[in-house]
Ligand binder design. Structure first.
Ligand code: DGL
Length: 259
């Protein structure tokens, strides 16, 4: 494996850009190859078997094409496929993401924590285990966010339509404001400002992007694969939907973070 090879980052669509921006921030000299599977989004409404099969096939292709590591920048795909990926590619660096329950549950004593995620993430065994780990520290409620990924994939990342959809999603809580909110899908940090407005300005929001980027750096270093060249890396963005609008959206979201 070559230190100069790119790091592959995958998601069901544009969501993984929220992780890619943290990766680029921490490892600006690395090359990244981002692949969004928007042709098959949303993963959160599919079955575990379907999402696992898609994720394995993307991973196999990206490793075949020379990626030195794989970041699964999708909570839903991580839940469905991370164990199988580690079995299938035992010698590779594979990093996943999970809802950031740990910092949310420890943000104060016995907080009420609301986890926003895709319906499939919340149904998975991996999420059950995560819940069991923090159930004693926090009162945890889950909110399956139907339709939110679809809106973001359409480029609706600000404005009235997005706010109205978020208000509908939060309606069942009937104003019961949580102490902390977990953004348990990588699409959601892309609409952080709108979520913040709907849940309330003082409520802390937690996502796994920074933790995943730190873990990726740590794992690459441990494997002797961290690029030590003094250069600015390249970021390439690919999408299975082959849509110029989606590629432009990804680039805009990545740029926005850099500004
Ligand atoms: N971005 C993905 C996640 O983190 C899933 C979005 C989807 O449903 O396709 O869960």
């Amino acid at each position: 494996m070559d230190k100069a090879s790119p790091i592959a980052v995958i998601d069901s669509g544009v969501g993984g850009i929220s992780v890619l921006r943290e990766l680029v921030r921490r490892m600006p000299n690395e090359d990244f190859r981002y692949f969004g599977d928007s042709a098959n989004a949303p993963y959160g409404e599919k079955s575990t078997d379907e999402v696992r099969a898609l994720t394995l096939s993307h991973a196999a292709r990206l490793f075949d094409e020379g990626a030195k590591a794989l970041v699964v920048a999708c909570n839903t795909a991580t839940g469905a496929a991370i164990a199988t990926l580690r079995e299938r590619f035992p010698d590779r660096v594979v990093i996943g993401i999970e809802p950031a329950l740990k910092p949310a549950a420890r943000s104060k004593t016995s907080p009420s924590v609301l986890v926003m995620a895709t319906p499939l993430t919340l149904k998975q065994e991996k999420f059950e285990h995560l819940l069991a780990q923090y159930n004693e520290d926090a009162r945890i409620t889950v909110l399956p966010c139907h339709g939110l990924v679809e809106l973001i994939e359409q480029g609706v990342v600000t404005g009235e339509r997005l706010t109205a959809h978020l208000r509908d999603l939060f309606a069942p809580l009937a104003g019961d404001t949580p102490d902390a909110v977990v953004l348990g899908c990588t699409h959601y940090p892309l609409v952080r400002a709108a979520i913040q407005e709907v849940v309330g300005e003082n409520i802390p929001l937690f996502d796994g992007g920074v933790g995943t980027a730190k873990e990726t750096r740590r794992r690459l270093e441990e494997a002797g694969l961290l690029n030590d060249a003094d250069r600015t890396g390249n970021v390439t963005i690919e999408n299975s939907a082959n849509s110029p609008a989606l590629l432009a959206l990804c680039r805009a979201l990545l740029r926005e973070a850099a500004e």
